[in-house]
Design a protein. Structure first.
Lengths: 373, 185, 257
C-alpha cells in the first residue's frame, strides 16, 4: 500500500445464489483490492419448511426456490443500493446438493449472466462454507469440520486443495438428526436440528447407542436405525399428541437406575452426546495427524451449541481453540457462495457457459484453491 | 530360600513372598486346613507342576494385588484364592482350584503369601510358618527349579496350547496371554 | 452400572499410597499416551499404553468407550500372537483405567530406518528381506481375519534387540542381521476382526500410501510387499482385486450432497 497513492481501493462485488437444499440464499459481497476485510452488502434467505414428520422433497423445494428467488434478488439490490452495473460476477452453487433445487437456482444465475452480461462462476457448496467461516472468524489454517444435513467431512487445507481427512461413510450427521426429528414428530420450524437441540437440553439419561468410528471416518445409519427403534418403545406421552409415532407394543423403555420412563428428551440427549462425540473424535484424529490445534466448524449443524462446546473442550485440551459462526453463516446462505466465487474469480477463474451445470456429487477436494498458497 | 518381591506399578508398601517345596507328603492335610478357612493358612497353595516360570506365578500375584490395592474388585474370597483363580484361562473358580490349587496328590507346591499395609506379614514369619507346616524339601525358587517341576502335558491341556512351543519363552508368553484373555476375552 | 449421576471409578480414585515405578513418555497420540516402564520386576521392560479420559465426552460414554477399546485392542494382540503373527505380547490389562501393559519392542519403525537402509552399502539386500517380512506378517494377519486399521510404516517395527530367555531372566541380545529377525506390527488401537475384503484392501492401501508419501525411493518396493503378502495369504485374490477398486476411488466413496 503506497502512502502517496490517494485513489481508493478497487471494489469487487459478487452476487451469490444458493439453493442446494431447502434454504434459498441470495447474497451480495464486496472485496477490496487492498485486501481490507470483505463487506457484506446483503444476506437474505428464505427457508422451505415442511410439515412435522416430513422431510423436504426436491420437487417441492425447487418450486419454493423458483417462487422466491426473483423477489429475493430484487430485495437484495434495493436494500443494498448496489446497481447492476457495479456487480462484477454472478456466483451460484454448482453442487453438491439436490438436483432440482440446484437447477432451479442455476437457471436464474445463467439467465442473469446473459441478461446483465456478467461472468459466471460455479461454486462448490462446501468450499463456500469453509471460505466464509475463515473470513468471519479470522481462523487462518484450522482443521475444518463441515457438518450439515447433506455433508459430514473433516477437512484440512494442503497445497491448494481442501483435503478430506475423514467423513461420514453413509449419511450425514444432519440427516441423521433431521430424520430422528421426523420420527419423534418434532416440528421443522425453524429447523429440525435446532428443535432436537432444545429438547436435548432437558434430557438426562445417557442410553447406550452404537458408536461407530472407523479410523478417521464415522457412520450414522446404524445409530439412526437403533434410536428409531427405541423411539417406538417410548411410553405414550402425556400430551395429547395423537400423531406421534410411538407405540406401546411391550413394556415402555425405562431408565434402569430410576425405573422412570425414558423420554424423547432423553433420546435426543443420548443421540447428540453420541454423534457429537464421534465428530469430535474424528476431528481430533485429523488434528493430531496434521499437527493442528485450531478447529473451524461450518455447516448447519455447526450452529449447535453443544457441538461447539464439546469441540471447544477438546481443542482447549490440545492447547487450541474452536471457531464457529452464527446462524447467519453456518446455515446455508448466498453470501458464502458470493464470497468463494469472488475469491476464485479474482484469480482469473470463470465458468464457461456450457459448463454452468449442476452436479449432485461434487467433492470438496476436486476444487483447485487457487486463491491460497 | 523364601524369595520376596515388590512388584512394579503397584502401590507400596506390599510384598509377595514365594516359596517352593518338592517331595511334600502332607498335601491332603494342607488342603484340609485351607478349606477349613483356618486364618493362619491364608496362602495361595499352587500345584507347582502347573507353573512354567517365575513370571507365570508373579503375573498371577500381580493381577491379584492390582485388584486388591487398585481397582478394589476381587472376584474370589481373598487375595490368595484370587492368585490361584488368576492362573486359570477360564473364569470357572472351582475348576481353577481343582486344576491349579493344591490337591491331595500334589508333591510339588508353590506357596505365595502377599503382604500389604492392612495385613502385613514379614518374610521371616512366613518362612517360619511354612517350614513348620509343610512336610517336604524347601527348594530355592527360580526359573530353573520351577522348570524342573513343570508337567507339560498338564500345562498344554489346561491352557489349550495349540502349537507345540519350541522355545520356553514362547510357551511362557502364550500362557501369560491366556491368563489375560480370560479377563478381557 | 445404571446410575447416571455418579462419575465412574477411574475419575475418582487417587491412590492413597505411592506407586513408585517410573514411567517415561514415549508417544502422545490423539487417543492414547504410551510410556516406557516395567512389568513385575525392574528388569522386565514394558510399554504402558494409556487411554486417558476425554473431558469433552459425557463421562459414561467416555468410560464405556475407553473400556471397550482397551479390551478390543488387547484381544486382537493376544489373538494375533497366538496365531504366530509378530505383535507385542500383552502382559496385563486394566480396562477400567484404560491401561494395557505390553512387551516393549526394542527397535525402530520401518518409517525411520527404510531410507537410511537404502543408502547403506549392501542395504538393498536388507531392504528386500524387510519387504518380504512385512508382506508375510500382513498376510498372516489378514489370513486370521484381523485388520490393522492404521497400517503405516510408523506402525511396523524392525527389531534392534531380541529378548532371549524367560521374562524374569530377561536377557536382551542385539540383533546381528536385521534380515534374519522379523518385523513387528504395533498399535492395534484402530484394529478389528473382519472378513471383508474391503477392510483388508484398505489396510494395504493405507500402507501403499505411506510408502508413496514418506518413502518415495522405496515406493516401488511396495510391490515386493504385496508379492510376499500373496504368497503368505492363500486366499488373498479377492483382496487384491478389491485393492484396485480402492486405489481408483482414491480416498473414499462419494456422498450424496
Amino acid at each position: 500500500m503506497s502512502p502517496t497513492s490517494t485513489s481508493p481501493p478497487r471494489r469487487f462485488i459478487a452476487l451469490g445464489l444458493e439453493g442446494s437444499a431447502n434454504k434459498l440464499g441470495v447474497g451480495l459481497i464486496a472485496h477490496f483490492s487492498d485486501n481490507s476485510p470483505a463487506q457484506i452488502l446483503s444476506n437474505l434467505r428464505d427457508t422451505f419448511i415442511s410439515p412435522p414428520g416430513e422431510g423436504f422433497l426436491p420437487k417441492d423445494t425447487a418450486k419454493h426456490h423458483r417462487a422466491w428467488i426473483v423477489p429475493l434478488i430484487k430485495r437484495t439490490l434495493k436494500e443494498s443500493g448496489v446497481k447492476v452495473k457495479d456487480i462484477d460476477v454472478i456466483c451460484y452453487t454448482k453442487g453438491p446438493g439436490m438436483g432440482a433445487p440446484l437447477q432451479s437456482v442455476a437457471v436464474v444465475a445463467r439467465t442473469l449472466s446473459k441478461l446483465w452480461d456478467k461472468p459466471i462462476v460455479g461454486v462448490n457448496h462446501c468450499v463456500g462454507h469453509i471460505e466464509m467461516g475463515r473470513e468471519i472468524t479470522g481462523a487462518q489454517n484450522p482443521v475444518v469440520l463441515y457438518v450439515s444435513g447433506g455433508n459430514t467431512q473433516v477437512i484440512a487445507y494442503a497445497e491448494q486443495k481442501y483435503r478430506i481427512f475423514g467423513e461420514a461413510l453413509d449419511i450425514a450427521v444432519g440427516n441423521c438428526l433431521d430424520r430422528f426429528a421426523r420420527t419423534l414428530n418434532i416440528p421443522n420450524d425453524p429447523a429440525p436440528g435446532y428443535n432436537i437441540e432444545q429438547l436435548a437440553k432437558s434430557g438426562k439419561v445417557l442410553l447406550e447407542l452404537p458408536y461407530t468410528v472407523k479410523g478417521m471416518d464415522c457412520s450414522f445409519s446404524g445409530i439412526l436405525a437403533y434410536i428409531d427403534q427405541l423411539a417406538t418403545q417410548l411410553a405414550p406421552s402425556s400430551d395429547a399428541d395423537s400423531t406421534t409415532k410411538s407405540k406401546q407394543e411391550r413394556k415402555p423403555l425405562l431408565d434402569p437406575a430410576t425405573n422412570n420412563p425414558i423420554t424423547p428428551a432423553d433420546l435426543c440427549f443420548s443421540l447428540q452426546e453420541t454423534v457429537f462425540g464421534m465428530l469430535v473424535e474424528i476431528t481430533e484424529r485429523a488434528m493430531a495427524h496434521v499437527g493442528s490445534s485450531q478447529v473451524l466448524i461450518v455447516g448447519g449443524v455447526g450452529c449447535n451449541e453443544r457441538l461447539q462446546e464439546m469441540m471447544g473442550e477438546m481443542a482447549r485440551e490440545r492447547g487450541g481453540s474452536v471457531y464457529a459462526t452464527d446462524e447467519r453463516f453456518c446455515i446455508d446462505n448466498g453470501i458464502m457462495i458470493a464470497h468463494a466465487g469472488l475469491l476464485a474469480w479474482r484469480t482469473g477463474f470463470e465458468t464457461k457457459f456450457e459448463d454452468t451445470t449442476c452436479t449432485q456429487r461434487f467433492r470438496t477436494d476436486e476444487v483447485h484453491v487457487a486463491w491460497r498458497d | 530360600m523364601l524369595r520376596t518381591y515388590q512388584l512394579e506399578n503397584l502401590p507400596v508398601p506390599h510384598e509377595v513372598h514365594v516359596a517352593l517345596f518338592s517331595n511334600i507328603t502332607n498335601a491332603a492335610d494342607l488342603r484340609k486346613q485351607l478349606i477349613a478357612g483356618n486364618a493362619d493358612f491364608e496362602y495361595a497353595f499352587i500345584d507347582a507342576t502347573t507353573i512354567v516360570s517365575l513370571a507365570h506365578a508373579l503375573a498371577a500375584a500381580h493381577m491379584s494385588l492390582h485388584r486388591l490395592l487398585v481397582s478394589g474388585k476381587l472376584r474370589t474370597h481373598n487375595a490368595h484364592s484370587e492368585i490361584v483363580y488368576n492362573l486359570s484361562p477360564t473364569n470357572n473358580i472351582t475348576e481353577a482350584f481343582r486344576r491349579f490349587g493344591v490337591s491331595d496328590k500334589t508333591t510339588s507346591l508353590l506357596a505365595i503369601k502377599v503382604s500389604h499395609s492392612k495385613q502385613p506379614h514379614t518374610a521371616a514369619d512366613v518362612e517360619k510358618h511354612l517350614r513348620d507346616v509343610i512336610q517336604g524339601d524347601f527348594v530355592e525358587v527360580s526359573d530353573a527349579t520351577l522348570a524342573r517341576q513343570t508337567d507339560w502335558s498338564k500345562v498344554k491341556k489346561y491352557y489349550k496350547m495349540q502349537v507345540p512351543q519350541d522355545r520356553l519363552e514362547d510357551a511362557e508368553t502364550e500362557v501369560l496371554g491366556k491368563m489375560v484373555m480370560s479377563v478381557v476375552g | 452400572m445404571g446410575d447416571t449421576t455418579t462419575i465412574p471409578a477411574p475419575f475418582t480414585i487417587t491412590p492413597a499410597v505411592q506407586i513408585p515405578t517410573p514411567k517415561t513418555l514415549i508417544k502422545q497420540g490423539a487417543e492414547a499416551i504410551v510410556y516406557r516402564t516395567t512389568y513385575l520386576l525392574p528388569t522386565i521392560p514394558s510399554l504402558l499404553k494409556y487411554r486417558p479420559p476425554k473431558a469433552y465426552r459425557h463421562p459414561i460414554l467416555d468410560a464405556r468407550l475407553t473400556k471397550h477399546r482397551c479390551l478390543s485392542e488387547a484381544r486382537l494382540l493376544i489373538r494375533a500372537r497366538s496365531l504366530g503373527i509378530p505383535v507385542p505380547a500383552v502382559y496385563f490389562v486394566d480396562e477400567s483405567r484404560g491401561e494395557i501393559y505390553m512387551e516393549c519392542i526394542e527397535g525402530d519403525s520401518v518409517r525411520d530406518v527404510l531410507d537410511d537402509m537404502l543408502m547403506q552399502e549392501g542395504g538393498e539386500g536388507k531392504v528386500d528381506a524387510l519387504m518380504v517380512k512385512m508382506g508375510e506378517a500382513v498376510g498372516k494377519l489378514h489370513a486370521a481375519d484381523i485388520v490393522h486399521g492404521d497400517l503405516t510404516t510408523s506402525n511396523v517395527m524392525v527389531r534392534r534387540k531380541v529378548r532371549k530367555g524367560l521374562l524374569c531372566a530377561a536377557q536382551e541380545e542385539v540383533v546381528e542381521h536385521v534380515e534374519d529377525e522379523g518385523v513387528v506390527l504395533i498399535d492395534f488401537g484402530l484394529g478389528s476382526m473382519s472378513t471383508a475384503e474391503e477392510d483388508k484392501a484398505v489396510d494395504l492401501y493405507v500402507l501403499e500410501r505411506a510408502f508413496a508419501s514418506t518413502h518415495p525411493k522405496a515406493e516401488k518396493l511396495f510391490k515386493d510387499v504385496l508379492e510376499a503378502y500373496q504368497r503368505s495369504y492363500k486366499k488373498s485374490k479377492p483382496v487384491m482385486r478389491r485393492l484396485q477398486g480402492v486405489r481408483m476411488r482414491g480416498r473414499k466413496r462419494t456422498m450424496i450432497g
